[in-house]
Design a protein around this ligand. Structure first.
Ligand SMILES: Nc1ncnc2c1ncn2[C@@H]1O[C@H](COP(=O)(O)OP(=O)(O)O)[C@@H](O)[C@H]1O
Ligand SMILES: O=P(O)(O)OC[C@H]1O[C@H](OP(=O)(O)OP(=O)(O)O)[C@H](O)[C@@H]1O
Length: 181
């Protein structure tokens, strides 16, 4: 059986990665939403994640519990190794990813593609403030990284999320669909 694709969802903070991922999984239940392990306080809202201490995270990384991990925003993030079993079943997996970890992701997964979500900077600022998970200083630092470029040579599909979420989800589904057959 053909392995599933690891679909790395990237884009600046507040662009709507988690919202689009949830919408895609609701529209196509065959898509698996990856639950990340993060050294963030539990239940801060947004995505559903496994919250661990830095010590526990490092222990898990050393023990090989992660398929890939990275650091950003003074936090550590990982995709649990369990995702490899889901991919082996032929299911496509959606993971909120770091633009800085894309080359490592491409090396770590046999079938890897990128869903790049964009929005204007004024949209990002308004959404981060409305989300309310980060304080003002944290929002400023995230906005400063909004224009981080993507590495060359990857299979990238780009969709704008400036408009209504439903329209973004429909467009992303159609961008991802042709290669699913
Ligand atoms: N198309 C959209 N229109 C309006 N609000 C949106 C849209 N997409 C996302 N949002 C809102 O913007 C905020 C940031 O979205 P989120 O999915 O957390 O982004 P990210 O994971 O990229 O940081 C959330 O409050 C979310 O509800
Ligand atoms: O290298 P970058 O592309 O800048 O990404 C850095 C981190 O930012 C996002 O995290 P998180 O979901 O905590 O933040 P966000 O919801 O504000 O994007 C993303 O998932 C990465 O873990």
């Amino acid at each position: 059986m053909k392995a599933g694709r690891l679909i790395a969802v990237v884009g600046p903070s507040g662009v709507g990665k988690d919202s689009v991922m949830e919408g895609l999984a609701a529209a196509d239940p065959s898509l698996h939403l990856v639950r990340r392990t993060i050294t963030r306080t539990p239940e801060l809202g947004g995505e559903d994640y496994d919250s661990v201490s830095v010590a526990k995270f490092n222990e898990m990384a050393t023990a090989g519990h992660f398929a890939i991990h990275w650091s950003a925003h003074e936090l550590q993030y990982a995709i649990p190794a369990h995702v490899r079993m889901v991919l082996a079943e032929g299911r496509d997996c959606l993971a909120n990813f770091s633009r800085s970890a894309l080359l490592a992701g491409d090396a770590a997964f046999a079938r890897f593609c990128v869903l790049n979500i964009t929005a204007q900077s004024k949209t990002l600022a308004a959404r981060l403030a409305a989300r309310g998970r980060e304080n003002e200083a944290q929002i400023e630092r995230r906005l400063a990284q909004a224009t981080k470029p993507l590495p060359e040579g990857l299979n990238v599909k780009t969709v704008s999320n400036d408009g209504p979420l439903d329209a973004t989800i429909a467009q992303a589904l159609s961008l991802l669909q042709p290669v699913r057959v």
